[in-house]
Design a protein. Structure first.
Length: 226
């Protein structure tokens, strides 16, 4: 009976997220993804044309001086083509996992991961004052944690549930180790193409996304058992 209730709950969530006709929903989804592609392309245009620019990176002193656009723009800016390709690929793969959720929930998870990444970095990483912050890796780590939780919640057998748990532990564990050491995993293998990473931003992204995911879960009405 419990499995039937869970199946009905998941089916209801999917139905509500696709209240529009499938063709219309698919068109809106393609527009949403295209908008992200264009946003990333425009903000990284200086990088595509030559050396990287800090015009849109988050720099605390610049933001205090009134350059507020750096706050929403900084996750989409990168320091090298390698950095851009790595972050964008992972971001789109993970964001696509949210396609069955409503747009409001998707954007909330995205914003929460970005906010957590930035706020935790400001709190515990002094180098952000001079180095700044940019890149989608903090958000990507948050979305990876959400993806693992969704895998566990929708698992139809123990193997899939355990795979989701292992993925969650891997993302959380990696982020915590990076936060403590101040270095990202396999840092030397990137050959300096990621600039000077603010490693703790990954833990911040995970924290922000998990809080948002738990908030949505707490608001869902529990179906009473007969």
């Amino acid at each position: 009976m419990n499995s039937t209730i869970r199946t009905a709950t998941v089916a209801g969530a999917l139905a509500s997220s696709r209240a529009l006709p499938r063709s219309t929903w698919a068109l809106h989804w393609r527009i949403e993804l295209t908008a992200f592609v264009l946003l990333i392309g425009v903000l990284n245009l200086p990088l595509l044309l030559g050396p990287s620019s800090t015009t849109f990176a988050f720099l605390p002193d610049a933001v205090k001086a009134g350059e507020w656009w750096r706050v929403p723009a900084h996750p989409f800016v990168h320091v090298s083509l390698y950095h851009l390709l790595l972050d964008a690929t992972v971001f789109f793969l993970l964001y696509t996992e949210l396609r069955d959720k409503g747009r409001f929930e998707r954007f909330t998870l995205l914003l929460a991961a970005g906010a957590g990444s930035l706020l935790v970095s400001l709190w515990v990483a002094p180098m952000i004052q001079t180095r700044g912050l940019c890149g989608l890796s903090g958000i990507a780590h948050g979305l990876a944690a959400v993806s693992a939780l969704e895998m566990m919640r929708g698992a139809t057998d123990k193997t899939l549930w355990r795979l989701g748990l292992a993925s969650l532990l891997l993302v959380v564990g990696k982020s915590l180790v990076e936060a403590v050491t101040g270095h990202i995993a396999f840092e030397s293998l990137h050959f300096g193409q990621l600039g000077v990473p603010i490693a703790v931003c990954h833990a911040g992204g995970v924290l922000g996304a998990l809080l948002a995911w738990l908030s949505f879960g707490a608001r869902q009405k529990t179906t009473p058992q007969p």
